[in-house]
Design a protein around this ligand. Structure first.
Ligand code: C2E
Ligand code: CA
Ligand code: CA
Length: 647
């Protein structure tokens, strides 16, 4: 709490983001903001009381020297104001900041020298008791130095003893016993003020360290890293060239943590940090973003092509040192890492975006088998899209971006007998995303469970609505992905939705389309799930039949009532004899197992005729209708009905 308050105290509200830079040595820490902020109060503390000194000087008969001194104060104050403004005007490159800092230090020296000067001027004057004023001034100035300058030892360490030394000498030169006593007291007071500054400085350092560093590894934390990165970007704007961001993530760190405990995990992280620090050139910034994620800002690279190879060499060196055996509390551990690299150049201003892109590249390195380096630039458009989808799909449901379409399923007389629900995702950033793209991603990430539930609820509502509007269908098909089907809560959720939204009569219309990938699951579990769903009245269809590897024996055991002849076979019917044999075979199997068939993707009359002739019972495809909005589907059915009545 105390630390936090102290920190806020330093990172004032009116100033640009906390711009502090930490080096390894304490003496090299710069509190730019704080030093900057003291300029104005110090000027105010000099310009106004300075008038009092001018008045006293006039009364003491030293008006001209006092006036000259005051003029000095005014001039130096003007200089201070200029320095103050220079810092605020724009983001300074690091070297400019260093130069600015040196000038500010000079400004402070000159300022305090001026106050020492007024002491020297007045201490010899007994007229108007100016020597008392002088003594007070010197003590006051030392106290001010001690309270204002403690963030910079290069200021308070020479200035406080220097000013108090003048007093010590002055008292000693009085030549009286009380003068010697006062002289000793002045020395002691100087020591106390110096000690106070020193303590405050140490406290400031500690607070600063706690706010900007990770306590476990001692590396800069995410927040501090962000300001380092922002500074690097400003620097690059002035210097030109490129720089790199390396995001390092340990592979399978979680396993170590879970199996051996957090203490060992912490030990490992510390050692990783130590090795990284040791391997990186001092000009690189290293930070821990959290967990087992580390990040590095590499050196400035004068040109891109040679720079990239340098980064590869560095990254590979890091991977190598991280892979060496770790011995932590008697455990011998091995761990590898994945590194994502983002090279950046002046003008790329969004630090958050850079980190995210390095993160995406790192993720890609993991996907490519871990223990490797991937450059952000090398990630294909496809992977990028994959990652975008993954990121945005999470919010798709709550933002109502996912909707359903319904494609009619017709019999040989072209009468609509059913519908297949197909989902659509429209995202403002990505536009229309095909379910062929986002369903597999939802399956990989597990989001399919939530998405599937959402789709089922919408689908059931539509079915009920249609029923209420007098649309009668024999079947209502919903695609169910395997991961969704095998989810432990799936049956219970379907039961709950059925209970809430559908009558037992309507439930009998439901067909769940599953794919041949169920083969890869445990047969008994699949069967148990399907059995329980059948008890609710739900039937099953084998989607995309013939594209996977169907084991006939397995198919025979599954309670499936329908086969869907995949679009790819229907597509090629006219040109490819193999597709024709395939369709023949599928229809043969369906006949043998006594299953209904739906031929999907029927686009031409020729395909329709062929399939009808071969004995397929049901049809679906653009020849009849594209997937429709719920209301359009209703209209489609009504029109079919009226056509039927008036042939
Ligand atoms: P699918 O289950 O095989 O669905 C049939 C796909 O073929 C649909 O594409 C449909 O629009 C398209 N199609 C229908 N007739 C024709 C035609 O005559 N010509 C052509 N070229 N295409 C036709 P869509 O809607 O893009 O869906 C693609 C796949 O995404 C689906 O293949 C299904 O595997 C999956 N999918 C769609 N909606 C869902 C869903 O709600 N849940 C799950 N788990 N998967 C879904
Ligand atoms: Ca389907
Ligand atoms: Ca299909």
């Amino acid at each position: 709490m105390g630390c936090k308050l102290a920190w806020e105290h330093f990172s004032g509200q009116l100033l640009p983001p906390v711009i502090v830079r930490v080096y390894l040595s304490h003496m090299e820490v710069r509190f730019y903001d704080y030093v900057h902020r003291q300029i104005v109060p110090l000027i105010l503390l000099s310009v106004f009381p300075g008038l009092g000194y001018l008045f006293l000087g006039w009364r003491g008969g030293v008006v001209w020297p006092a006036a000259a001194w005051y003029l000095g104060i005014l001039l130096v104050s003007g200089w201070g104001i200029l320095l103050h403004r220079a810092y605020l005007r724009r983001s300074l490159a690091q070297w400019e900041k260093e130069r600015w800092y040196r000038r500010v230090l000079a400004f402070y020296y000159v300022f305090f020298l001026l106050w020492a000067l007024i002491f020297l001027l007045y201490c010899g004057e007994t007229r108007g008791n100016l020597h008392y004023i002088a003594i007070f001034t010197q003590i006051g100035a030392s106290a001010v130095a001690s309270t204002f300058l403690y963030p910079e030892p290069r200021l308070y360490r020479p200035l406080i003893p220097g000013m108090m030394l003048l007093l010590v000498i002055y008292f000693a030169m009085l030549g009286e016993w009380y003068g010697y006593v006062l002289s000793i007291f002045a020395a002691i007071l100087g020591g106390v003020l110096l000690y106070g500054s020193e303590r405050s400085f140490q406290l400031l350092l500690r607070t600063h360290r706690q706010a900007t560093h990770d306590m476990l590894t001692g590396l800069p934390n995410r927040q501090h890293f962000s300001s380092q990165l922002a500074q690097t970007m400003v620097d690059l704007r002035y210097s030109g060239g490129f720089s790199s961001l390396l995001l390092i993530d340990l592979d399978h760190f979680k396993t170590v943590n879970d199996s051996l405990g957090h203490e060992i995990g912490d030990g490992l992280l510390k050692e990783v940090a130590r090795r990284l620090r040791g391997e990186l050139p001092p000009s690189c910034h290293l930070a821990r973003l959290g967990g087992d994620e580390f990040i590095v800002i590499g050196r400035r690279l004068p040109n891109r092509a040679s720079g990239e190879s340098k980064v590869v060499v560095l990254a590979e060196r890091l991977l190598r040192v991280l892979k060496q055996t770790y011995v932590i509390k008697g455990h011998h551990l091995y761990i590898s890492a994945s590194i994502g690299v983002r090279i950046f150049e002046p003008g790329e201003e969004d630090a958050g975006k850079l980190i995210r892109e390095a993160d995406i590249a790192m993720y890609e390195a993991k996907r490519a088998g871990r223990d490797g380096v991937v450059f952000s630039e090398d990630i294909s458009q496809k992977v990028r899209q994959h990652l975008d989808v993954e990121r945005l799909l999470h919010f798709a449901m709550e933002r109502s971006e996912v909707s359903l379409r319904f494609q009619p399923i017709l019999d040989a007389e072209r009468k609509p007998v059913g519908a297949e629900c197909l989902c659509r995702w429209h995202n403002p950033e990505l536009g229309e995303v095909s379910p062929m793209v986002f369903i597999p991603i939802a399956e990989q990430t597990g989001l399919i469970v939530e998405l599937g539930r959402y789709i089922l609820e919408q689908a059931f509502n539509t079915l009920r609505q249609w029923h209420e509007n007098g649309v009668r269908l024999e079947q209502f098909s919903v695609n169910i992905s395997i991961r969704q089907l095998m989810h432990q809560r799936f049956v219970a959720e379907v039961a709950e939705l059925c209970e809430r939204l559908l009558t037992p009569e309507l439930r009998k219309r439901l067909v769940f389309e599953i794919t041949e990938s169920v083969i890869r699951e445990e047969v008994d579990r699949v069967l148990a799930v399907m059995e329980r769903l059948r008890e609710l009245g739900i039937r099953f269809s084998m989607d995309d039949f013939g594209t996977g590897y169907s084991a006939l024996g397995f198919l025979k055991r599954l309670p499936v009532e329908e086969l869907k002849i995949d679009r790819s076979f229907v597509d090629d019917l006219e040109h490819d004899p193999q597709s024709r044999s395939m369709v023949d075979a599928i229809l043969g199997i369906a006949g043998f197992l006594d299953l209904r068939t739906v031929a999907e993707g029927v686009e031409t009359e020729a395909q329709f005729e062929f399939l009808k002739e071969k004995g397929s019972g049901l049809f679906q495809g653009y020849l009849f209708s594209r997937p429709l909005l719920a209301a359009d589907f209703e209209a489609f059915c009504r029109q079919a009905q009226t056509e039927e009545k008036s042939p």
